[in-house]
Design a protein around this ligand. Structure first.
Ligand code: PLP
Length: 414
């Protein structure tokens, strides 16, 4: 026995060429994949730190902000959420969470682990939290932080945010927004909406892989975080003030210093994922934010029209739907998981189900980033039509793709 692995049994990676039309991850843009294959550099190499600076500048534009502290957290989207929460919240601090789905509840889960006092505004799934309700609660509870989600993919609803920052400013609270699913797919104005911390991920509308999380932090929030600066032992300057941030890895005071000219020696940066993030932002800005939002809007309208023409019912409050993920009620008598399986096995298309109370009740179809293209909308609708027909669901032949195409034709003619 040599103990060596039989390499013929564990073959070179050759994953199926799947079309990822669920709520994320979506397929990454080929240019992003190419950027990830270029050579590694050390995290303090001047060439690399220049790429970091460029990445910061690019994401200021993506987030529509002038925030100096616009940087990347190494980890999937929730790593930036966790970094923000653990760096802002101390035990006993009040945080108001406006939740309308699973990812709002994730904010409460993380805030509780920070031992913050959580005040939960929990809107019924399929709706959003009215800004007046948030303002009433802020006036009553005077939280340090108000946290919410922009687009909650679990319910496919989009929380109105224009006005949230102003409410927070009136009552001297900070605001946090999880924009993982909306960034570069739907308008998000960090500065114009006075938002303090906005976090995201690459794997949805940005058209990149999961694993790194862009975040932007206002000067106000950065000051609050710096008030808790404790540089780790062994780096020479351990003296601290304020309460030490409970996580070392997600200590934004140190991470901000790593992304500054001081280049504090914190973690070993993921060169490859910075390359990916940089290329995602270059693609977004090359296209232009307005054009990109319009592309998502059109694809989403086409997808929604197609689904409805097939006789399906869309989930949730129509006035607050996200433009990149659509919830569809699974028709009675149809086995939702069997439909997903056939789409995957027969057509190489992935769509999503949902969580908790919506598990088995809705499918979720995403048209995001690189996948937000006419032919991918049409291919998905065609495949779904076939699978549903075979599952015994009565639908008008060809109506779905025809309706979607009609939306595209009207936009193309305008
Ligand atoms: C709105 C929202 N927030 C946070 C997350 C968590 O992202 P990740 O799985 O990359 O940590 C997701 C993932 O689907 C999401 O849709």
């Amino acid at each position: 026995m040599t103990g060596s692995l039989p390499t013929d049994a564990i073959r070179e990676l050759d994953p199926p060429a799947r079309l990822l039309m669920g709520p994320g991850p979506a397929n990454a843009h080929p240019r992003v994949l190419r950027a990830m294959s270029v050579g590694l550099l050390g995290q303090f190499d001047p060439e690399f730190t220049e790429y970091m600076n460029e990445t910061m500048a690019l994401y200021r534009q993506v987030f529509c902000t002038k925030n100096q502290q616009t940087l990347m957290i190494d980890g999937s989207a929730r790593s930036a959420i966790e970094a923000a929460m653990v760096s802002l919240l101390e035990p006993g601090d009040k945080v108001l969470v406006a939740s309308f789905g699973r990812f709002g509840l994730l904010l409460t889960e993380i805030a509780e682990r920070c031992e913050a006092e959580v005040i939960l505004l929990d809107a019924p799934w399929g709706t959003v939290v009215p800004l007046e309700t948030i303002e009433d609660a802020v006036r009553q509870h005077r939280p340090k932080l108000v946290a919410t989600v922009h687009g909650d993919t679990s319910t496919t609803m989009l929380q109105p945010l224009d006005g949230l920052g102003a409410i927070c400013r009136r009552y001297d609270a900070l605001s946090f927004v999880d924009a993982t699913a909306s960034i570069s797919g739907m308008a998000l104005e960090t500065d114009a909406w006075d938002l303090d911390v906005v976090s995201s991920g690459l794997q949805k509308c940005l058209g990149g892989p999961p694993g790194i999380a862009p975040i932007t932090i206002s000067d106000r929030a950065a000051e609050c975080i710096r008030g808790r600066r404790h540089v780790e032992r062994g780096l020479g300057n351990a003296a601290g003030n304020g309460r030490r941030i409970a996580s070392n890895y997600f200590d934004l005071a140190m991470i901000m210093e790593y992304w500054s000219p001081e280049r504090l020696n914190h973690h070993t940066e993921s060169t490859t994922l910075i390359y990916a993030a940089r290329e995602c932002a270059r693609l977004v800005l090359e296209e232009g934010l307005a054009a990109r939002f319009a592309r998502h809007q059109t694809a989403s309208r086409a997808m929604a029209s197609g689904l409805q023409a097939m006789g399906l019912t869309l989930y949730g409050d129509a006035t607050h739907r996200m433009a990149n993920v659509t919830g569809i009620e699974i028709p009675g008598g149809v086995d939702g998981e069997a439909v997903r399986k056939s789409l995957r096995q027969d057509f190489e298309i992935e769509i999503g189900t949902s969580f908790g109370p919506l598990k088995g009740r809705i499918w979720r179809i995403g048209v995001m980033g690189y996948n937000c293209q006419k032919h991918k909308v049409l291919i998905t609708l065609n495949a779904l039509e076939t699978v549903l027909r075979q599952a015994g669901f009565k639908l008008p032949s060809g109506a779905g793709p025809d309706a979607a195409l009609a939306v595209y034709r009207s936009v193309e003619a305008a």
